[in-house]
Design a protein around this ligand. Structure first.
Ligand SMILES: CC(C)(COP(=O)(O)OP(=O)(O)OC[C@H]1O[C@@H](n2cnc3c(N)ncnc32)[C@H](O)[C@@H]1OP(=O)(O)O)[C@@H](O)C(=O)NCCC(=O)NCCS
Length: 357
């Protein structure tokens, strides 16, 4: 059987996440994401995804120890040309963890350190690239708050930390997407975890996977005011264009992540008139999509409100895919651990269709 792009082919059985597109449901290890994000921190959900249980409530579980980058990793980041795209910096820096002192540790410990390190790597290169002094991690701050602190040098407002953390928690894991598959293929050769996540980072870099929120921002900037929503969208639909932030390959009803992000945006609204425009535009665009594309079931996807949150946090677009990757590191490492627990090397077939002489 041949399926181009392995579309609809079941490649693994997993206990990490279920994505039910018809009913708009996402669960991590059997629990609805809405319930998880309300009751647990990023750090706690990461532990849960790696271990299948929550950490003992009596021991506070943090990702702090991995925030101190090894000296050679700092040297490598600082040596890269400042114009190197962040996804490439992240891939190179992560790859540099591959030395025996690191790879001989228990795999869950490696997963924890790689997850803790990614925001620090991003912030270091971002500040280098912008000619700003490096900010050291603050041990009093959570994983998310520390990321904002290291990027900006300002103690972040609680409402901003909460909005970003909601986004990070909702994007930690999403089943068999391309980058997670890449991680599982690499680890299935009994390579190591750094190699698996380096493959995943390389895969995430591509625009078909990693980056749509900036296109949503461009769309809403083009709309500009509420009066313009219908004329702009109608023109685009009449020209056969796609409306960014709408539609999903799996979800044929509202993307549950977009509903949860919209709730967080309500807390941020008023700080930025743009968020009010995004909320008004959503309703009108869905109605227009149903009128122009009846029966296609086109609703907002996660990128729409992700864009709203990123913009409210004043995150520049070059940080969008890196930030998404920093969250998805948890999914990549959890899947790698699961793959190794019952491993068979991935080795599909190919059919030769070229000439024979
Ligand atoms: C995400 C996406 C690729 C999923 O596509 P898909 O499930 O494979 O759906 P298809 O590409 O087969 O499209 C099905 C129909 O819906 C239409 N459609 C899908 N998304 C649309 C959108 N955002 N705007 C307008 N029409 C859209 C297609 O034109 C097609 O119409 P047709 O039947 O007249 O040819 C698609 O919805 C899209 O391009 N969205 C915009 C980009 C985006 O937001 N990406 C982030 C994803 S998280």
């Amino acid at each position: 059987m041949f399926q181009k792009g392995l579309k609809d082919v079941v490649a693994v059985h997993t206990k990490i996440a279920s994505v039910e597109g018809d009913i708009g449901e996402l669960r991590y290890r059997g629990i609805q994401v809405g319930e998880l994000i309300t009751n647990h921190s990023f750090e706690e959900i990461a532990y849960f995804l790696w271990n299948g249980k929550f950490a003992d409530r009596n021991e506070s579980y943090t990702l702090q120890e991995g925030r101190d980058l090894p000296a050679h990793v700092k040297t490598i980041i600082d040596a890269l040309p400042t114009e190197t795209p962040l996804m490439d910096v992240m891939r190179t820096a992560t790859s540099a963890y591959a030395h025996p002192a690191f790879t001989n540790q228990p795999i869950e410990q490696q997963a924890r350190q790689l997850t803790a390190s990614l925001p620090v790597i991003i912030a270091r290169h971002y500040r280098n690239a912008n000619g700003l002094p490096i900010i050291e991690p603050d041990p009093t701050l959570s994983h998310t708050a520390n990321y904002l602190w290291m990027l900006t040098g300002n103690k972040p407002a609680d409402v901003h930390v909460e909005a970003l953390e909601t986004y990070l928690k909702l994007t930690m894991e999403h089943g068999m997407n391309a980058s997670t598959f890449a991680a599982r293929v690499t680890i299935s050769t009994e390579s190591d975890l750094t190699a698996a996540v380096t493959s995943a980072l390389g895969t995430m870099k591509g625009p078909l996977h990693g980056g749509a929120p900036s296109a949503v921002i461009e769309l809403l900037e083009e709309i500009g005011t509420e009066d313009n929503i219908s004329p702009v969208i109608q023109t685009k639909l009449e020209n056969g264009e796609r409306i960014m932030g709408f539609g999903h390959r799996i979800y044929k009803t509202e993307d549950p992540r977009s509903i949860l992000l919209r709730d967080k945006c309500a807390n941020l609204a008023g700080q930025d008139g743009w968020l009010d425009l995004a909320t008004a535009a959503e309703k009108e665009i869905i109605e227009l999509l149903e009128a122009y594309k009846p029966g296609r079931k086109l609703y907002t996807n996660v990128e729409y409100y992700a864009a709203a949150i990123m913009r409210a946090l004043q995150m520049p677009p070059e940080l969008f895919t890196p930030t998404f990757s920093a969250a998805r590191m948890v999914g990549w490492t959890a899947h790698s651990i699961e793959q190794l627990s019952d491993n068979t090397i991935f080795r599909p077939q190919s059919v030769y269709v070229g000439k024979k002489s």
